[in-house]
Ligand binder design. Structure first.
Ligand SMILES: *Cc1c(COP(=O)(O)O)cnc(C)c1O
Length: 400
């Protein structure tokens, strides 16, 4: 990570093709665009890369979640379960659609704990959003099986794990749909952008129309209908320049992952000498995107000592239990119910009655695991010097 490390002639060529036509809009302008439809082509390539039937490009990974929730008919009165270790975007989308986020513990996969998921399902649960955090897979097959028992749809938040697989099957294709982000720090990037993949054509149709004000694209692909609208929508359209960059970045994704995997292997070897160290549980090691390297100590005390040595060597790692963007107890605005809305919505109903109250102590298992976990982002390009600096620091920490 991230994909901008490998921007090159391929991205420039794709962008220039768009600029030469002057058409930055993904629809219409048929007589001007010389049959260039970059967003449409990016969708087609992305779906085919993942082995999905349909793909819908949108403006961001957050928009992808929102559009997917909308297409599934989620709204006020509904509960949506996700994990307490994720980026804030996952639950922002749930609140924005009017539903209430319910948080599960994570286990040593650093993703949703299926056993805990079972205890959080109520008669109001309308959707489950497991996240494939830090480049690697949740126990998605178990989660989908639990959801199926209750007839609850699953959205896989795959923002951080594009290109990840389990037994060769792409993450994002296990649930009803998978959402992706191409923001500036993701493995492949279009600056801003997102995608939803699904095998459900009806769901795709809903997403396609919702993300473009209710326009019907099925009658006139590449254009917009002109026929009647089925429901209200919004604007989450991706533009042609993003589609162009996406085409070039997607073509490089497997090579980015393989570079990361070789760097991660070196880091893992060096860290394996730390007494008592464990590695994050990978459901399928062969399908890890290796965008991050996570290692888990036996105690939070030892974890702190290890990171002190790493920091002294100039290569301190991330401890996500101290991170205010990715872990539940650090989301003070969620816990306090801070909102611009004068009525207090979505945390309160008009009239002031609270719809939900969050307890900062609600996820002790996640807090324990994350307090013992250190994480390095794994760049695509890493010099021998950078690599050996971290490896030496890890070995030093192992000997203390
Ligand atoms: C980045 C991210 C998102 C949001 O993507 P944006 O494109 O930045 O809106 C959603 N979920 C997770 C887990 C992410 O890491």
């Amino acid at each position: 990570m991230p994909g901008f490390e490998v921007f090159g002639d391929e991205e420039k060529k794709e962008i220039n093709e768009v600029l030469e036509t002057g058409v930055l809009f993904r629809y219409e302008f048929g007589d001007q665009r010389n049959n260039i439809y970059k967003v449409r082509e990016f969708e087609k390539n992305f779906a085919s890369y993942c082995g999905a039937k349909c793909a819908q490009a949108v403006t961001s990974g957050t928009a992808a979640l929102k559009v997917a929730l909308a297409a599934l008919g989620i709204g006020p009165g509904d509960e949506v379960i996700t994990q307490g270790f994720t980026f804030v975007a996952t639950w922002e989308a749930i609140l924005d659609i009017g539903a209430i986020p319910v948080f599960t513990e994570i286990d040593e996969t650093l993703n949703m704990d299926p056993a805990d998921l079972k205890t959080r399902i109520t008669d109001k649960t309308r959707c489950i959003i497991p996240v494939h955090m830090l480049g690697a897979m949740a126990r998605i097959e178990e989660i989908v099986a639990i959801a199926a028992e209750h007839n609850i749809p699953v959205i896989e938040d795959t923002a951080q794990a594009a290109g990840g697989r389990i037994k060769g099957q792409h993450l994002g294709t296990f649930g009803n749909c998978g959402t992706f982000s191409f923001d500036p720090v993701k493995t492949m990037t279009t600056g801003e952008g997102g995608m939803i993949i699904t095998n459900d054509e009806k769901m795709w149709r809903n997403m396609s129309e919702y993300h473009d004000h209710g326009h019907d694209h099925a009658v006139n692909p590449g254009g917009r209908g002109g026929e009647g609208r089925s429901f209200i929508g919004f604007n989450y359209r991706m533009m042609e320049l993003q589609g162009a960059i996406g085409i070039a970045q997607l073509a490089k994704l497997d090579s980015m992952i393989s570079a990361q995997r070789s760097h991660k292997k070196r880091l893992r070897e060096a860290a394996s000498t730390i007494p008592g160290v464990q590695f994050r549980t990978l459901v399928d090691e062969a399908g890890d995107t290796a965008t991050f390297f996570a290692f888990i100590m036996e105690s939070s005390e030892h974890c702190r000592q290890v990171n002190t040595v790493l920091a002294e060597e100039g290569v301190g790692a991330i401890n996500f239990s101290e991170n205010s963007w990715h872990f539940y107890p650090g989301w003070e605005h969620l816990l306090k119910g801070s909102t611009l809305t004068s009525s207090g919505y979505p945390f309160a109903e008009p009239g002031g009655k609270r719809r939900v109250v969050y307890d900062p102590e609600a996820l002790p298992q996640s807090a324990d695991i994350l307090s013992r976990t250190l994480v390095y982002p794994v760049p695509i390009k890493m010099s021998e010097e950078q690599l050996s600096k971290i490896c030496k620091a890890l070995q030093k920490a192992a000997q203390m």
